[in-house]
Design a binder for this molecule. Structure first.
Ligand SMILES: CC(C)(O)CC(=O)SCCNC(=O)CCNC(=O)[C@H](O)C(C)(C)COP(=O)(O)OP(=O)(O)OC[C@H]1O[C@@H](n2cnc3c(N)ncnc32)[C@H](O)[C@@H]1OP(=O)(O)O
Length: 261
């Protein structure tokens, strides 16, 4: 598969996707989002890959949707196309991937860039990372999940302030607020993201899928429904060979050898 706007490679068991429009701060053109979706689908279908990483460059993870693409659009164009989800192969693939996806963020993650990072399963941030939903500055609002995912991640007060004023959060504030799982020195981000994704890729794949689904259910259901889902998913791991192997290995004081079955 030939990609114009992203660099894609397999690093061990990790699918690596690097946004690559440095001249435009990795602005998310429709073509770029579509290619991200195609890469995710390809890695999802590849049995050798157990987790993915999406990253940008040191200046920008992504500075949002491509404003030059969008500026000439009017309501009816966007409404009928269901923008920005009109490239369903892009945002939908990200939102529905079963393999875990880590966002490794350096520099700006703004607008759709912040939304793309939040749509990943968790964010590892460089100490240079800056997050924001600045759409208000250009007379619009977030459209790819910003008002919803940011509010769930950092709470109403911070999300409201950021969406109403366009204020950015630096990496430390983002970590304190729960938006990112960890901060790393910028020069260590890539290696650490690869290490963490590689670690996940070695785990039992059915258990990884169930853990991801169960955590995501917490965002979409009541506590009781979530707890019931978790118990059912927990019990079903006992139908896998990997659970037998994992627990045997613990008892026998050795490393497990998961077969993803
Ligand atoms: C997905 C939705 C529905 O939620 C909608 C959105 O995402 S709307 C977009 C929200 N994002 C923004 O408003 C951020 C826009 N960018 C900036 O504010 C700044 O570029 C910056 C703070 C990220 C960086 O500033 P600076 O270092 O001064 O670099 P610039 O000279 O501004 O940018 C360099 C180059 O990149 C182009 N660029 C940057 N962002 C975008 C963008 N979102 N879309 C299109 N192009 C972008 C910028 O125009 C410059 O290119 P040239 O004009 O020099 O060719």
């Amino acid at each position: 598969m030939e990609y114009q706007n992203i660099l894609v490679e397999t690093r061990g068991a990790v699918g690596w996707i690097q946004l690559n429009r440095p001249e435009a701060m990795n602005a998310l053109s429709m073509a770029l989002v579509s290619e991200v979706g195609q890469a995710i689908e390809a890695f999802q279908a590849d049995d050798e890959v157990g987790a993915m990483v999406i990253t940008g460059n040191e200046k920008a993870f992504a500075a949002g949707a491509d404003i030059k693409d969008m500026e000439g659009q009017d309501f009816i164009d966007l409404f009928l196309a269901d923008f920005p989800y009109n490239r369903r192969d892009g945002w939908d693939s990200l939102n529905t991937a079963r393999k875990p996806i880590i966002a490794a963020v350096s520099g700006f993650a703004l607008g759709g860039g912040c939304e793309m990072a939040m749509a990943c399963d968790f964010i590892l941030a460089a100490d240079t990372a800056r997050f924001g939903q600045p759409e208000i500055n250009i007379g619009t609002i977030p459209g790819a999940g910003g008002t919803q995912r940011l509010t769930r991640a950092v709470g109403k007060a911070k999300a409201m302030e950021m969406c109403l004023t366009g204020r950015m959060m630096d990496a430390e504030e983002a970590e304190r607020a729960g938006l990112v799982s960890r901060i790393l020195p910028a020069e260590e981000l890539e290696a650490e993201a690869l290490k963490v994704a590689g670690k996940i890729a070695k785990m039992s794949r059915p258990a990884v899928y169930m853990a991801k689904e169960a955590v995501n259910v917490a965002f979409e259901s009541s506590l009781q429904e979530g707890l019931r889902f978790e118990r059912r998913a927990f019990a079903s791991t006992f139908a896998t060979e990997d659970q037998k192997e994992g627990m045997n290995a613990f008892v026998e004081k050795r490393k497990p050898d998961f077969k993803h079955r």
